[in-house]
Design a protein around this ligand. Structure first.
Ligand code: COA
Length: 323
């Protein structure tokens, strides 16, 4: 049996930060409201000339460095993103060229919004398990600030930009133990950018492609999905909650994370939280949080970890892995 093991991690946050206090000057809000409802204090925002592929490149180079590999060692590039640089080619193809990976290996983007990274991990894991590739670079990267209406206080306080990456390598021991993906398209209207190439395109041309959300509905569904998918992951693998060293959840809102942990009777000491400093970076949030915890030596070799994501669609899923 072949498994996919994480052998390197990296992340990148744009230099510019946007604090709640600065947001108070942009929309009718307060630091107290934002922090008490979301746990967010600040988020990072990409510079005008900084693209999703730029963020992805920084995170990828750091992940390759930590794995002790050169770009040419990578056989597969998968980028989870909702905010690709351009309609096509994919960020993965742009990145493959930028990194100098010219071996003809596959490269593609995955679009599952905030669950994108767990979808990308699932795919890369399967490529490795099937023996199609030996090493994969899996990235979550977003310039979500570009699809936010900065006059809408209900959404603009929640999101930020960033990128995180992992290098996966074929190994005899796990590694990724199991992945669990779900979607329910009946809820597509609750969280969406309802404009694009084949719908409401004139709004896109006017620069009005913005995230819309029914916050409290999304909140309830997010908690349910996050709890259910952890239960599913544990039960399929015949594990107890006490077998989990770390939960690395999608960083949307500290109240969603805390409610999930409470329903699972998991101590917050076992949960990686970065939402206070990153906001919701969509597909980038899990690998950003994961890389931070690895670099701080909180996540260490031998640990058992569940990553879990939830996003528009709705889409959700988890990855159970051993370091
Ligand atoms: N500052 C001040 N007031 C705000 C505000 C802001 N930034 N945004 C909304 N409000 C107001 C609303 O206008 C509403 O006012 P009203 O009661 O006069 O109509 C009120 O706050 C809503 O408050 P409440 O119902 O207590 O909000 P909430 O506890 O549901 O929190 C969210 C709102 C958006 C933070 C919460 O629903 C949430 O996090 N939802 C999930 C969002 C998410 O994670 N999406 C991405 C998933 S991947």
């Amino acid at each position: 049996m072949t498994y996919a093991r994480i052998i390197g991690t990296g992340s990148y946050l744009p230099k510019k930060t946007l604090t709640n206090t600065e947001l108070e000057r942009m929309v009718d809000t307060t630091d107290e409201w934002i922090f008490s409802r979301t746990g967010i204090r600040e988020r990072h925002i990409a510079a005008d000339d900084e693209k999703t592929s730029d963020l992805a490149e920084h995170a990828s180079r750091r992940a390759l460095d930590s794995a002790g590999l050169q770009p040419a060692d990578i056989d597969l590039v998968v980028v989870a993103t909702t905010t690709a640089d351009q309609v096509f080619p994919s960020v993965a193809c742009l990145l493959q060229d930028r990194l100098g990976i010219h071996n003809g290996g596959p490269a593609f983007d995955v679009q599952a919004v905030c669950a994108g990274f767990v979808y990308a991990m699932d795919l890369a894991n399967k490529f490795i398990q099937c023996g199609v590739v030996g090493r994969a670079l899996v990235i979550g990267a977003e310039t979500f600030s570009r699809i936010i209406d900065w006059t809408d206080r209900e959404t603009c306080v929640l999101f930020g930009d960033g990128a995180g990456a992992v290098v996966l390598e074929a190994a005899e021991q796990p590694g990724v133990v199991s992945t669990h993906l779900h979607a329910d398209g009946r809820y597509h209207e609750l969280l969406a950018v309802p404009t694009g190439v084949s719908i409401n395109y004139k709004q896109v041309l006017k620069g009005e492609a913005y995230t819309q959300m029914q916050g409290s509905e999304v909140f309830k569904f997010a908690v349910k999905c996050m709890v259910d998918v952890v239960d599913e992951t544990l039960s399929i693998n015949r594990l107890n909650k006490s077998d989990i060293d770390w939960l690395v959840p999608h960083q949307a809102n500290s109240r969603i994370i805390a409610a999930t942990a409470r329903k699972l009777s998991l101590s917050m000491d076992k949960v990686i939280v970065t939402v206070d400093r990153h906001g919701n970076t969509s597909a980038a949030s899990i690998p950003l949080a994961f890389d931070e915890a690895v670099r701080e030596h909180r996540i260490v070799p031998g640990d058992t970890i569940i990553m879990e994501g939830f996003g528009g669609g709705f889409t959700w899923g988890s990855v159970l892995l051993r370091m």
